[in-house]
Design a protein around this ligand. Structure first.
Ligand code: MN
Length: 260
């Protein structure tokens, strides 16, 4: 199951992070979380295949095509991780404070240019590009916009787990040369910095009582973007053949809790 590793690494009675649940439906959201863990890094996540495909980017994404940012692929995360902002308590996996650094929607691009330009692709193409390790996407965020490529590094160093990718901005109107990520340090949801969230008493309280509203879209501008995207998708799908067959539903056996 897609979230086994996510589940294995966490104790859900201690962490405020959401439980492992694979969604049946996808919208195309992305989130970048800034995570003050053992080492500060940015987690780049794309909603696809019912989960958030995730990469840890030590230096964070850049809008300068000259920056090729190392992106380590990590375990899939549940879609409800999308708006997670708060503190993972000490002693837990990934302990430290998390803010939602950027949020928005993404589109897969065509694997090859059409008349010299990359055009929106299909979900099936997205899955194939991810598998192949040459994944082209277009982002519509508050901070990140335009076309990006995620490239799997095939030349493995000895001892490497094969999880190294590069996140690279493509040349387009959204390019910002000499992009300095530290100039943009506030949460896209709350407007707070990591330090403010870490010292936030409200956030501490929130750790123990997870609000039921989790998973809802908090930012009104994003809700609008999503509604537009859905509408566009419906119009597309009414004129196109379905892109993929429905997945086989697999019965999920209830496991006894694995307390050690
Ligand atoms: Mn992280």
């Amino acid at each position: 199951m897609a979230l086994e590793e996510y589940k294995r690494k966490r104790r859900f009675e201690e962490t405020p992070e959401p439980p492992p649940k694979v969604e049946k439906k996808n919208s195309h959201r992305f989130v970048v979380q800034k995570h003050d863990a053992t080492r500060l890094h940015y987690d780049f996540r794309l909603e696809m295949e019912g989960v958030l495909k995730s990469w840890a980017v030590p230096k964070g994404p850049s809008l300068d095509p000259a920056d090729k940012r190392l992106a380590m692929q990590v375990e899939d995360h549940p879609v409800s991780y999308f708006d997670f902002e708060g503190t993972i308590p000490e002693g837990n996996y990934g302990a430290g404070t998390v803010i939602v650094w950027d949020v928005g929607t993404w589109e897969p691009l065509s694997p090859v240019p059409v008349n010299g330009e990359y055009v929106p692709g299909t979900d099936a193409e997205a899955s194939a590009m991810l598998k192949k390790g040459d994944f082209k996407i277009r982002l519509h965020g508050k901070k990140l916009n335009g076309d990006f490529a995620l490239i799997h590094m095939k030349g493995r160093r000895p001892g490497s787990k094969g999880t190294e990718w590069l996140l690279i901005k493509k040349h387009d109107d959204s390019v910002v040369e000499r992009y300095n990520i530290d100039e943009y340090d506030k949460s896209a949801l709350s407007g707070k910095t990591l330090g403010q969230i870490a010292g936030d008493e409200g956030a501490n309280e929130w750790k123990s009582s997870r609000p039921a509203s989790r998973g809802k879209v908090k930012a009104p501008w994003l809700a609008e973007t999503l509604a537009k995207l859905d509408k566009k998708k419906k119009t597309q799908s009414s004129t196109k053949e379905p892109e993929s067959k429905p997945e086989k539903t697999r019965a999920v056996k209830k496991k006894k809790s694995s307390h050690k």
